[in-house]
Design a protein around this ligand. Structure first.
Ligand code: PLP
Length: 374
């Protein structure tokens, strides 16, 4: 099987897996316990916190572990207690559905459009901020999970701050794949998830800049300095730390390697004709979104699967969901191309041979489906 669905979930790296199993076997103490077993677990957790902080240029006391990207986004959006939330039409449902829920409870929510290229514009944000009142939270992702389009988050954060707003960045797809620095971006809050960068599922973090006020959404034992109650999963946290450190180390080389593979796959598949590339320009190196005219995205995904290639017809959240992508709709992609989109996403285990296999399998599947429908 060729796995080309890293944006849905990445296989763990060997090192992260070794740390996960080793920690689970040897460090079962509760990190809040005073005895040696607890303190040993605590030390491992704090080392991982430093490794995670290192990936995004944060201080370790600004890192709060959560169960993943969804919880981090919820904590950011709900914990700020904003009177007004401004977000974008291409955000992940973890942000969009949360904003909708808050709107039902009285928060004013504005959802910004994006350009046809799939990016949020700082001027549009500025206009929305000019009409916003009270405590305002702006939430825009670092890079889109369907198209890979990198957002101008520095400029957006600057615009948000010029209006006194708090800026949250959902970096779940970008962190670990492109240089991501909370100070260079200037964000107040950032969400990161381990399973998108070679770590395990069920663990993520919220970065909270010192001095930014945020309330917990869970009540309980007061772990994570009271911001996220619940006994910490030390094995997951330790493996997350390891994956972050590995990602920091290999990032430059992986960016170049995956970007070259992505471009080769794109140029070969574009030769099929009537193929549209969704999201061009400044994109993540590992994500390629193509629409194949005359072919249903679901059928194409299933046909590829039958031939041993795991890809996605959009985000994992859309699989089995007939609703066309809200991201492609926001980018004004014509309806027939929205329903024929395929997301190919590459990662640390993708080889040159895999790239050849992806081209061959997608070519065969598209050709066969086009023949069947003509
Ligand atoms: N934000 C983005 C941009 C994502 O792509 C995802 C997952 O696909 C999430 C949030 C949710 O992360 P998790 O699966 O860790 O809950």
């Amino acid at each position: 099987m060729i796995y080309a669905d890293y944006a849905a979930s990445s296989p763990m790296t060997e090192r992260a897996l070794a740390v996960l199993t080793g920690t689970a076997r040897n460090l079962w103490g509760n990190p809040s316990s005073l005895h040696q077993a607890g303190q040993d677990a605590h030390d491992v957790m704090e080392r991982a916190r430093r490794q995670c902080a290192g990936l995004i240029g944060a201080e370790s006391d600004e890192i709060f572990f959560t169960s993943g990207g969804t919880e981090s986004d919820n904590l950011a959006l709900r914990g700020v207690n904003a009177d007004c939330i401004i977000t974008s039409s291409i955000e992940h449902p973890a942000v969009l559905r949360t904003a909708e829920d808050l709107a039902r409870h009285g928060t004013a929510v504005t959802v910004l459009p994006v350009s046809e290229g799939g990016a949020v514009c700082a001027e549009t944000l500025g206009n929305a901020l000019a009409g916003a009142h009270g405590r305002v939270l702006v939430s825009v992702m670092l890079a889109n999970n369907e198209t890979g389009v990198i957002q101008p988050v520095r400029e957006l954060a600057r615009t948000a701050h010029a209006h006194g707003a708090v800026f949250h960045c959902d970096a779940v797809q970008g962190a670990g794949h492109i240089p991501t620095d909370v100070n260079a971006i200037g964000c107040d809050l950032m969400s990161v998830s381990a399973h998108k960068l070679g770590g395990p599922r069920g663990i993520g973090l919220l970065y909270v800049r010192r001095g930014v006020k945020i309330d917990p959404i869970l009540t309980g034992g007061g772990q994570e300095h009271g911001l996220r109650s619940g006994t910490e999963s030390v094995p997951l946290i330790a493996a997350f730390g390891e994956a972050c450190e590995e990602a920091s180390r290999s990032m430059d080389a992986e960016c170049a390697r995956l970007g070259a593979l992505r471009d080769r796959i794109a140029s070969e598949l574009l030769r099929l004709g009537d193929v549209r590339r969704n999201g061009v320009g400044n994109c993540l190196p590992g994500i390629l979104n193509l629409s194949f005219g005359g072919v249903g995205g679901e059928a194409l995904t299933l046909m590829c699967d039958l031939r041993g290639l795991a890809v996605s017809s959009g985000s994992a959240c859309h699989a089995g969901d007939e609703t066309p992508s809200h991201v492609l709709a926001a980018m004004q992609v014509p309806a027939e191309y929205r329903s024929s989109a395929l997301r190919i996403s590459l990662g640390h285990g993708t080889t040159d041979d895999d790239a050849d296999g992806i081209v061959q399998t997608v070519t065969e599947a598209v050709t066969m489906l086009r023949e069947m429908s003509s």
